[in-house]
Design a protein around this ligand. Structure first.
Ligand code: ATP
Length: 375
């Protein structure tokens, strides 16, 4: 039975087990140095360097085909880089001369489809990753892991009898039971429906922090990355574009494409004069971009507010469309002198109607200015 077919069974997800009972790992440091891998002429991963620090949760984020999965597979030892090095706690595990296979790396792997063994019971699935231990010890460890994910009563069941969310928990328990120094997860929540996904993501995050395993998680969803990651690595066309905390990437994206990945923007062209860009929506500091440069001013819809009376920076605009969307109003505004309409999302306040002419002001926190030559 497919993961999707099982969604109907998730009406009342079973509770996860008691927090603080998961076995701790010895978190490893994983280093990537100028790692590249091409398929034919296509560079899937191109000159990527970064460090996964002990105990850190890093999300590899980027659009489809940007090389996230390939980088994770290189980390796992499923793929070998064509150049560069991968190190685990300072020991080379992949280079031109060395290649340590996945089973010798002490990494935990979790795939999008969970990859449970259909012919093995739940407890056997979890126990699978444990070797070189007495059978009774293996079973004890597997039961502790299963209890932590709240599925101790299902040890004799088979994967097809569990819902998608429960299969995800079994896969998580199986990956964590050998106490891996690094956990590698490829889109681990994408098979779950939205309603369930948030809670599973939250419980998984708590469990990863509890085990203290260094974790690398692939996602194409910026909200998921911001919710899970200590640090986000933004990838594009095989390259690492920017690495930083969710806050750093959201507030200080390196270029317009990175900015657009996290948020919608209004984009207005302009020119820098005396360190300022003057637009029909207001004047904005050019942030060090040279006078005479063509720039793009990017304004988040949530940065456009109703002006207080007497605000000298305010500009008038006519509301072309006003929609109530629950948590906020979404307005389409035509500013005088601007030949494009502007999208605004503002908190609930006084009602606004189509046709109103109002004064608006821009919160500088929500404005980014980029040189058009790099845009
Ligand atoms: P997605 O989110 O869609 O899974 P991704 O960011 O994980 O994408 P990868 O799966 O790493 O991207 O793929 C990067 C590029 O390498 C893509 O252009 C893909 O088509 C190509 N590619 C990946 N694996 C192979 C392969 N085994 N053979 C040939 N090309 C491949």
């Amino acid at each position: 039975m497919s993961v999707l077919q099982n969604h109907s069974q998730e009406a009342k997800p079973r509770e996860w087990g008691p927090r603080g009972t998961a076995a701790a790992t010895f978190a490893a440091r994983m280093s990537f140095r100028h790692v590249s891998l091409a398929y034919g002429g296509l560079e899937a991963v191109s000159d990527v360097s970064f460090e996964l620090r002990p105990g850190e949760i890093v999300c590899l984020l980027g659009p489809s085909g940007c090389g996230k999965t390939t980088l994770l597979r290189i980390a796992a030892g499923v793929e070998r880089p064509q150049s560069g090095e991968v190190l685990l706690d300072g020991q080379v595990v992949a280079s031109a001369d060395v290649f340590v296979p996945p089973e010798k790396r002490n990494v935990g792997l979790m795939f999008q489809d969970y990859a449970l063994f259909p012919h093995l019971s739940i407890i056997e699935n979890v126990a699978f990753g444990l070797q070189n231990m007495a059978r009774s010890e293996v079973m004890d460890e597997a039961r502790i892991a299963l209890k932590r994910v709240g599925l101790q009563d299902y040890e004799a069941s088979y994967p097809h009898g569990l819902s998608g969310g429960e299969q995800q928990r079994v896969a998580l328990a199986r990956a964590l039971v050998p106490r891996p120094g690094v956990m590698l997860m490829d889109e681990p929540f994408s098979g779950l429906d939205q309603r369930l996904r948030d809670s599973v993501r939250h419980e998984t995050l708590i469990l990863l922090k509890e085990t203290r395993a260094s974790s690398m998680l692939v996602t194409h969803d910026p909200v998921e990355a911001m919710g899970m990651a200590d640090r986000i690595l933004l990838m594009r066309r095989g390259r690492l574009v920017q690495a930083g905390t969710p806050d750093e990437l959201y507030r200080h994206p390196v270029d317009p494409e990175a900015a657009r990945f996290f948020c919608d923007f209004n984009e207005i062209p302009g020119k820098v004069e005396k360190g300022t860009v003057s637009t029909p929506m207001g004047d904005f500091p050019a942030g060090g971009i040279a006078d005479g440069s063509d720039v793009v001013v990017m304004i988040r819809p949530q940065g456009i507010r109703r002006a207080r009376s007497g605000d000298k920076t305010s500009r008038e605009g006519q509301v072309l469309d006003a929609r109530f969307l629950g948590d906020y109003h979404e307005l389409t505004i035509q500013f005088h002198g601007l030949d494009q309409s502007i999208l605004s999302r503002m908190p609930l306040g006084e009602p606004v109607s189509q046709g109103d002419v109002l004064a608006f002001t821009i919160d500088s926190e929500h404005v980014l200015v980029f040189d058009s030559n790099v845009a």
